[in-house]
Design a protein around this ligand. Structure first.
Ligand SMILES: [Fe+2]
Length: 393
């Protein structure tokens, strides 16, 4: 079909105002292949950009290139620290596990640790005595979480012991001086917080393994508080997070322990497999669902996020069995996943938005080889002298 001069000019003008073949073709009303053919033939007739506009575009391009180079540099520096300083092998993704035989009735347990916010300080007096949090309380709650978990899989456990422990580190291990007020009030600098919380987790894992001698897989994903960039960025989100550094420290601690394997990678998501069922661990700040839902609270937002994650993975041909998220500091059992509470509990931010008073809480799941998740339990590590919210819970 022969195009009129007016139509050629219209198409080229649209092309000049859009950023992709697909977008331009859609606006013109033709398919992108036809548009590519058109461009091959007529692009020489495209009107030249205004010189001022061209300078603007060039400077934008050079800014984007600079950002890209800086991101690559940071990524390679992170890899250098990991490889040269700690001498760790390349990170691994969690392998698929064989489904149990139909006669097998074995069980595994999942402990979901997230939103520790190590370093953050919550002053009891500012919260009318409801809750408090500091380094000593964080240390005590981490240890008590492991102690209670150990009791639940030994003292209060019937039948054969669990055959595997899946420890999920779901992000926000540190407060990370994320905002101006946290910079002023955090009890430790971000790197020191990462090092110390890793040490506390390592003590918890060691104590647990000494007591139960059960093989353990540790998975790690980044949260938002551990980021090392001023604003949230999409590229390098996992590699540049202090949460990933916590995983490095742990990996370093257990490198010669045959029963402990670490799994994490460059992705913000971690898929792992329990008896052939796919679990997805992700922090919850990047699931396409943000904000509250008025009086309903964050649960509706979390449910919408789980739904979006489920559809995202279905598009990739992966059917998720359950999703494990944190970030909202809200304990909840939902149709396709579980939302984790926090170790810090109700804080000043939660008070300001008049959120429901959540106690410090972490999730535990028991997975049966045939029946899937058969038990969901909350671990409450807070003590009465840490706030009125723990008196009577
Ligand atoms: Fe958090």
């Amino acid at each position: 079909m022969k195009l009129t001069k007016k139509e050629i000019a219209r198409r080229l003008s649209i092309w000049n105002r859009t950023s992709s073949y697909e977008e331009a073709a859609k606006k013109i009303g033709i398919d992108s292949k036809t548009f590519a053919d058109f461009l091959r033939r007529y692009s020489d007739e495209a009107p030249q950009l205004d010189p001022v506009e061209r300078v603007g575009m060039k400077s934008q391009l050079s800014y984007i290139k600079k950002e890209r180079d800086a991101a690559l540099k940071r990524a390679s520096a992170a890899e250098n620290i990991r490889g040269s300083l700690l001498n760790l092998p390349p990170p691994r993704k969690a392998p698929p596990r064989k489904p149990a035989k139909s006669s097998d009735g074995s069980r595994s347990v999942i402990l979901h640790l997230s939103d520790i916010h190590y370093g953050e300080v919550v002053r009891s007096s500012e919260l009318d005595g409801v809750n408090s949090y500091n380094l000593d309380i964080a240390d005590s709650r981490i240890q008590r979480t492991f102690d209670i978990f150990q009791d639940l899989i030994t003292k209060y456990w019937n039948g054969e012991p669990p055959e595997h422990i899946h420890l999920c580190l779901g992000g926000d291990m540190v407060s990370g001086a994320l905002h101006e007020e946290l910079k002023r009030t955090d009890a430790l600098q971000p790197l020191a917080s990462a090092r110390t919380v890793a040490q506390r987790l390592s003590e918890g894992v060691s104590g647990l393994l000494n007591a139960v001698q059960v093989p353990m897989s540790i998975y790690s994903v980044p949260g938002n508080h551990g980021r090392t960039t001023h604003k949230p960025e999409t590229k390098g989100a996992a590699m540049e997070s202090l949460d990933t550094m916590v995983a490095w420290f742990l990996e370093d601690q257990f490198r010669s322990h045959d029963d402990v394997q670490m799994f994490y990678g460059d992705s913000i998501d971690c898929l792992f497999d329990v008896y052939g069922r796919k679990f997805l661990l992700t922090h919850g700040d990047r699931m396409g669902s943000k904000g509250g839902a008025g009086f309903v609270g964050p649960v509706a937002t979390i449910l919408r996020g789980h739904q979006k994650l489920s559809m995202d993975y279905a598009d990739r041909g992966i059917i998720l069995y359950r999703i494990l998220t944190g970030h909202f500091h809200t304990t909840s059992r939902l149709p396709i996943g579980y939302s984790n509470g926090s170790l810090m509990g109700w804080n000043d931010f939660a008070r300001d938005i008049r959120a429901r008073k959540e106690i410090a809480s972490q999730n535990m799941l028991v997975v049966h080889s045939q029946h899937g998740v058969i038990n969901f339990q909350e671990i409450h590590p807070g003590l009465p002298d840490e706030g009125t919210i723990y008196q009577g819970t």
